[in-house]
Design a protein around this ligand. Sequence first.
Ligand SMILES: [Zn+2]
Ligand SMILES: [Zn+2]
Ligand SMILES: [Zn+2]
Length: 333
Amino acid sequence: MKKQSCSVCGSAVYFDNSTCLHCGTGLAYLRPSRAIVATDSQGRHTDASGTSWHRCANASLSGCNWLAAESGGQCFSCDLTRTRPNDNDAKGLSQFHAAEQAKRHLVAELDELGLPIVTRAEDPDGGLAFDLLSSVKEKVLIGHANGLITINLAESDDAYRERMRAQLDEPYRTMLGHFRHEVGHYFETVLVFSDDSRTREARRLFGDDTKDYQAEIDRHYSEGAPADWNERFISKYATMHPYEDFAESFAHYLHICDTLDTAREFGLIASAPGRRSFREVVENEWLPLAIALNQVNRSMGKEDLYPFILSPVVIDKLEFVHGLRTESATAGG
Ligand SMILES: [Zn+2]
Ligand SMILES: [Zn+2]
Ligand SMILES: [Zn+2]
């Protein structure tokens, strides 16, 4: 994430801040400028072109700190949510906060990377939308279908998520990770399968996506991942079906780009020189940084920050994801 400062006092402020802790100025995120800006006592901000923006209507409901175009309206990120827990579901609503926070983080990164979001209003059949569902009264399965992403809000509960992580033998499980994986399914549909040559290249790298999905899930849960899975896949889950391999690769591309971006902003690594392949970014910047951050975590008695191995085949898959960006001039940025 980008380093930002309060426009009134110059103190450092962060992506989720809604007030400057130093001078008390109201703050909000203005999506078109991808920046945290100052608001007045009414929660308003006037941008450089003279347009007025208003604090999102969900500020108290979900802790949203984004600006909306209409007074009393929702911001772009909140508008992407089609379903949320009902007002009587206190547990679901408390979990809703963390999910919306992860979604705002996701949307900001997609904007940063030049990965275009088409909304449900623009395309009612395939546009992007989210059902953020409480599992207090019903079972919720995380998934994607035709642009609609379903998130199980119980995943924002640390104890629940850790139990699932251990049960499924995963090295990493986060709310942000779920969003990044599921949106990978969306982008494979809109950016890969809409184009014949990209579809052919995806099949060469990830395998034949026409394989029966349910049969492959059944195989995965009865046989598990092949013994040599880490030579060709980023995770055991990615071995299940070519769709899952793409979504896992897409999520890792976002993990790596965002973490590198943050590290650059805070001076942990040098600014990125011009156009490079993603392989060069991984080899020269990501691997040394990830090794260092894993050791930093171990110094604090924590698990590795990035508990994954990137084989040459996996890096080819990340390169393919990198090529889907409309503005891929600044690799890894
Ligand atoms: Zn300030
Ligand atoms: Zn909002
Ligand atoms: Zn998936």
